[in-house]
Design a protein around this ligand. Structure first.
Ligand code: HEC
Length: 144
């Protein structure tokens, strides 16, 4: 087997680690344990758990996007697509896994509730704090 240089992106690898081979132009997804992050920092959680697919700035252009069947949505237009109001409640239910994102086939977006629970020592209060700080961070990314 040919060995090829792997350009992994540290910091962006949460559930999904992305390795792009320079020669083969392919992106490979590896599912890894989510790192523990500070529940107080929406941006740190976003960078570790979400940016690999949704992109650093939320535009849906993360390095893992190419390896997915469904394009990760642009998260900077959540408000625009909801009459100008950031849909905090909807994002909360999506992250808790209460809202299904795809009616048919596989949802590619990981269900975050159990992941957040495991990196929060199973404390519901900390899970709520994580979701609330991620919401604040996502709200700050909204396009005007
Ligand atoms: C493995 C790639 C991947 C990761 C990591 C990921 N997402 Fe997603 N996300 C998707 C995809 C793909 C969709 C579209 C639905 C589907 O096909 O599953 C989506 C949909 C969404 C939606 C619905 C958007 C809309 O327009 O309705 C929100 C909100 C969202 N993701 C937030 C997040 C947050 C917050 C994180 C980090 C905690 C995250 N995602 C991590 C791939 C990902």
């Amino acid at each position: 087997m040919k060995t090829f240089q792997k350009l992994c992106v540290p910091g962006l690898l949460a559930m999904v680690a992305v390795c792009t081979s320079a020669q083969q132009q392919s992106t490979e997804l590896k599912h890894e344990a989510a790192p523990v992050t500070s529940a107080a920092s929406g941006s740190e959680m976003y960078k570790n758990y979400c940016a690999s697919c949704h992109g650093k700035g939320g535009k849906g252009d993360g390095p893992a996007a190419a390896a997915l069947k469904a394009a990760p949505p642009d998260l900077t237009t959540l408000a625009k697509r909801n009459d100008g109001k950031y849909p905090a409640q909807k994002v909360t239910s999506i992250l808790q896994g209460k809202e299904k994102l795809v009616a048919h086939g596989d949802q590619e977006m990981p269900v975050w509730g159990p992941v957040f629970s495991s990196v929060s020592g199973r404390s519901e209060g900390i899970v709520d704090l994580r979701i609330s700080n991620l919401n604040k961070f996502l709200e700050s990314l909204q396009a005007k």
